[in-house]
Design a protein around this ligand. Sequence first.
Ligand code: CMP
Length: 223
Amino acid sequence: MSDRVRELLASVELFGEMLDDEIDDLTALAQIKKLGKDTTVFHAGDPADAVFVVASGRIKVVITSTDGKEFILTVLGAGQVFGEMALLESAPRSASVVTLSTVEVLVINRSDFQRLLDSNPRISQRLMAILSRRLRRANAKMESLAYMDVAGRLARYLLDLARDHGQRLGNGWVVVRRPTHSDIAHSIGTSRETVSRLINEFEEGFGLVNKGKFTYIRENLLE
Ligand code: CMP
């Protein structure tokens, strides 16, 4: 099991430049946990005692309004870190995290993570770069909510999804498995029915086409 944990940690962007013996130390600290689909990892407002890395599967980061409406801030997949904000700020969790599939996570407890940042400035720098990229993404999302119509928001959502999680087919197209229409609706501020209608209106000529649970996008649209 620890060989697997080691291999996973070595492939995580945040720990990319660590030396072999540093990865060994981290391997001893990280625990691997398997979670079923639709499991809540933690709720917004919970106290925080650990940081997580997605080893396999996908999770969603969500906020819920007082009347129970869900808004998905982002979807994260293998190699991505979550749960760092509450630890860095010594604050409660800023959002809830729910699994979208069976998920394996690596768990590093708060004091070990803190020691890791204190002793390894490269990890702190990488973490700042990751946070900065997330802020840039959040700004882009605010921009699309403020200025784009639903079709534009959906197209941008699918492009981001393909960029982050897509697989190149080698024939100029990228394929990506879509979340449910309900999850997409909750990510772009519209209804499930509207997503289902618009999904069928995209055509091959646009360089974006939906077939079954998959979306195909022309590679040149992702540049
Ligand atoms: P934390 O506040 O500990 O718990 C919720 C986590 O969701 C948070 O840390 C981040 O890891 C993640 N998160 C919150 N907001 C965003 C966002 N806008 N983009 C990406 N990840 C986020």
